[in-house]
Design a protein around this ligand. Structure first.
Ligand SMILES: Nc1nc2c(ncn2[C@@H]2O[C@H](COP(=O)(O)OP(=O)(O)OP(=O)(O)O)[C@@H](O)[C@H]2O)c(=O)[nH]1
Ligand SMILES: [Mg+2]
Length: 221
């Protein structure tokens, strides 16, 4: 009897990334050229864990049980592209010292307002606490600048499939006025959703500068 056809599990998609540098301020960031994708979100939502899942290495970005672990902007080169990923410090950690919060605001605000190479933003949320006030603020901010945003409902492993689907639908409904926002579920722990995430990142990291006039480095102010 012929064996039943087996669906062979393909290797999980990965991105080959290497650490470039950390920056505390905009002027310490790598040159502002080529496409760059930022990972933003509340502290503890799992930004660094998502990055590690993408690379298949636990050591790409630092993960901690203590929120507020990532305090600098951490830049990674994506091999095979001219693009980069940036792990941003998380926002909204209530117990963080005021000065630390202020410095987050300063460095991340500067980054978001001035970074010309920003080609997309992955907005990581805990699927159990989606669309918190600061998430909404970032969405409002990204809209006029026409920045594509992928909302990643992370820690999906914490919910059953049915509950995941409900949150996914509700979040999709609440952002349906924004054509440049996509939403997907994800789990840095199990790898759920990694194929879709890699596909989106690859499309954003395609070097499209060839079609655009060379941008000047001149900046206001
Ligand atoms: N169950 C589960 N836990 C996760 C997942 N992703 C992250 N975590 C856990 O959540 C905690 C925070 O993860 P981090 O990746 O450090 O979060 P972060 O958003 O980078 O946090 P900051 O650097 O403080 O902004 C860690 O204990 C992770 O192990 C996930 O998909 N599932
Ligand atoms: Mg982090």
């Amino acid at each position: 009897m012929p064996e039943r056809a087996q669906t062979r599990q393909a290797d999980p998609p990965r991105l080959d990334v290497s650490f470039i540098k950390s920056a505390a301020r905009l002027d310490q960031c790598p040159p502002d050229e080529g496409p760059e994708v930022a990972f933003a979100g509340r502290s503890n939502a799992g930004k660094s864990s998502v990055l590690n899942r993408l690379t298949g290495s636990r050591r790409t970005a630092k993960v901690s049980k203590q929120p507020g672990r990532t305090q600098l902007l951490n830049f990674f080169a994506v091999q095979g592209t001219s693009g980069r990923l940036v792990d941003l410090p998380g926002y909204g950690y209530a117990k963080a010292e005021r000065s630390a919060q202020a410095s987050w605001q300063q460095s991340v605000n500067d980054y978001l307002s001035h970074r010309e190479s920003l080609a997309g933003m992955v907005l990581v949320m805990d699927i159990r606490h989606p669309l918190q006030p600061f998430d909404e603020e970032l969405i409002q901010w990204a809209h006029p600048s026409e920045l594509p945003v992928l909302i990643l409902l992370n820690k999906a492993d914490k919910l059953k499939r049915g509950a995941q689907g409900k949150v996914l639908s509700a979040v999709r409904r609440s952002v349906k006025a924004y054509p440049l926002i996509q939403v997907q579920t994800f789990s840095a722990q199990t790898g759920q959703g990694v194929t879709e995430l890699v596909a989106t990142l690859k499309s954003w990291l395609k070097d499209e500068t060839a079609n655009e006039p060379t941008s000047t480095t001149e900046k206001a102010g």
